[in-house]
Design a protein around this ligand. Structure first.
Ligand SMILES: C[S@@+](CC[C@H](N)C(=O)[O-])C[C@H]1O[C@@H](n2cnc3c(N)ncnc32)[C@H](O)[C@@H]1O
Length: 254
């Protein structure tokens, strides 16, 4: 990786958005979409409309589009949203906008709300989860599903304790350094990106809080949602601290 003395600190996903799809090319969104469809098929077959909270560059929604749902996505980062919009097949097929998962509303009800790829770990306090849960409750139709995932502490310790990755693409190179502070339950990913067309090196620091499963279960028990499942990875087996990723399936029962 080349080094540049001038650094520019950018907000999370503002510059990473330009290379996100490239560096996430290993992620199998087709498989993820099939898993979400299987959950929907099992728990709420009547699902037509889906909201993807923290949709990123829209890759999951594009896969779900093939399954013929009506889809809306929003993300905090406008640069991620811009990328998502570029991928739309026609201007009407998918709707993407900028929004904050802690404070959002919609002028329609959706049958499922998703928040995936550990996006919820960006909320660093349970008070913020509560705000989000309230927003989700309000936008869901009766019987609607709320599906989210977290990455576990095992994942942070096993794969990202002192992790360094360097790579290059067509007009950039980058270095990612990850660390996990077990005392604070904080996982940090620092990206240093050199674009051919930029003089400065771009630095983005991403802070995620890692939650224990029993903490999450307590929060769910205190919420209005009914918990349908806590699943290991992309399965229907019970998730645990031994899982690397855990999917939660909640339902609005009124
Ligand atoms: C790891 S990416 C996942 C993106 C997408 N779900 C995917 O599967 O590719 C995390 C995303 O969470 C978004 N995010 C972080 N905090 C947010 C917030 N408060 N509201 C909405 N989106 C947020 C980021 O902008 C980023 O796009």
């Amino acid at each position: 990786m080349s080094t540049r003395s001038q650094k520019l600190h950018a907000s999370p996903y503002s510059k990473l958005a330009l290379i996100y799809d490239d560096i996430m090319s290993h992620v199998d969104y087709r498989r993820w979409a099939q898993y979400i469809s299987a959950i929907i098929e099992r728990y709420n077959k009547e699902t037509n409309t889906i909201l993807d909270i923290a949709c990123g560059t829209g890759s999951l929604l594009l896969e779900l589009y093939r399954e013929k749902y009506q889809l809306i996505g929003f993300d905090f980062s406008f640069d991620m949203v811009k990328k998502a919009r570029e991928k739309r097949i026609t201007s009407n097929d998918l709707f993407f906008y900028q929004g904050d998962m802690r404070f959002f509303s919609l002028n329609l009800k959706v049958d499922a709300a998703l928040c995936l790829y550990d996006s919820i770990n960006y909320l660093t306090e349970f008070d913020q989860w509560k705000l989000m849960f309230d927003c989700v409750w309000r936008v869901l139709s009766s019987g609607g599903l709320f599906i989210f995932d977290i990455c576990t502490e095992k994942n942070s310790i096993k794969y990202f304790s002192q992790y360094i990755e360097s790579n290059a693409g067509e007009n950039y190179d980058y270095k990612r350094e990850s660390s996990y502070d077990k005392r604070k339950n904080v996982h940090i990913n620092k990206f240093a990106i050199n674009f051919d067309h930029e003089y400065e090196q771009i630095i983005e620091s991403h802070v995620q809080r890692i939650y224990l499963l029993n903490e999450v279960e307590k929060l769910i028990a205190e919420s209005k949602f009914h918990c349908l499942g806590i699943f290991d990875g992309f399965s229907f087996r019970r998730g645990s601290e031994n899982s690397l990723r855990v999917h939660y399936v909640l339902q609005k029962v009124v």
